[in-house]
Ligand binder design. Structure first.
Ligand code: GLP
Length: 261
């Protein structure tokens, strides 16, 4: 796991955008994994800027989303499919139908989940998966207790996540759906490169368990310790509880220029 502690949101966004730019130049038809939440928003802005400047194109690329609320009306602004459309998909040159998400409105959610894993497989797997982390250590919507081998499926949100996400629903917890479809931890672990971004003090405990704790379903993000190519981009506040922070800073400061993310 490469842990990189950077000065703030813009530096984290630029580092993640560099990784995606490098991938798209090497493989224009790359398959990206897109995340929602506030952590990747500056990254999406950086990608749009690079697209507008002619540095990158998504014309041949495809993308899969991590998760989706169950039961929100199709036109609800917080439906993750609409969030991704608004924040990135409609702002760059993805081809029609190139961005897919789990179908939280499907009449048969189990079948929709299986079909989603199959669609990812058919696309050749995800090259680079963007991730955030919940304050309870979830990635996508894999809440504590999630099987470390899980596939895309229905989950029930913890009260903590409902509280955390109420800010997107006008602060009203009653409006946050309790059920979601999410890629499983096993699904996410099949992506070839994981890039997780975490910002702020509220993430420090989860980051501590993810990077330096034991691997446990209690802190689902800790599964990243088993991934052969995981990059964790943190600001100082999110890195506050890391014992080896001085070492991570030293490694990054002495990173050879030829070594990409
Ligand atoms: C939601 C999403 C996760 C995201 C998490 C953190 O629960 N399902 O993918 O990582 O929120 O969000 P934020 O980046 O806003 O802190």
């Amino acid at each position: 796991m490469e842990v990189v502690i950077l000065p703030g949101r813009e530096a984290i966004a630029a580092a993640a955008a560099d990784g995606i730019e490098h991938l798209l130049k090497r493989k224009p038809d790359a398959v990206l994994g897109l995340a929602t939440g506030s952590s990747p928003l500056a990254l999406y802005n950086a990608l749009v800027e690079r697209y507008q400047a002619g540095r990158i194109s998504f014309a041949q690329a495809r993308a899969f989303m991590l998760d989706e609320y169950v039961g929100l009306p199709l036109d609800h602004p917080e439906r993750y499919r609409n969030v991704i459309e608004r924040e990135i998909a409609s702002r760059v040159d993805f081809a029609a139908g190139a961005v897919q998400g789990p179908d939280g409105a499907a009449p048969d959610l189990a079948a929709a989940s299986q079909a989603y894993d199959e669609a990812i497989r058919q696309a050749g797997g995800i090259d680079l998966q963007i991730l955030g982390i919940g304050s309870d250590g979830h990635i996508a919507f894999n809440e504590p207790g999630s099987s470390l081998a899980s596939r895309t499926r229905v989950k029930t949100l913890t009260p903590q996540t409902v509280t955390d996400n109420a800010r997107f629903f006008g602060g009203d917890e009653a409006k946050v759906p309790h059920h979601v479809l999410t890629q499983g931890l096993g699904t996410i672990m099949e992506a070839r490169h994981l890039v997780l971004m975490a910002l702020g003090r509220s993430k420090a405990e989860a980051v501590h368990h993810m990077v330096e704790g034991g691997v446990s379903a209690m802190w689902p993000a800790s599964i990243l310790q088993f991934h052969p190519h995981a990059t964790v981009l943190l600001d100082d506040a999110a890195a506050l509880r890391l014992q080896l922070a001085p070492y991570y800073r030293h490694v990054y400061a002495s990173k050879p220029a030829w070594q990409n993310m």
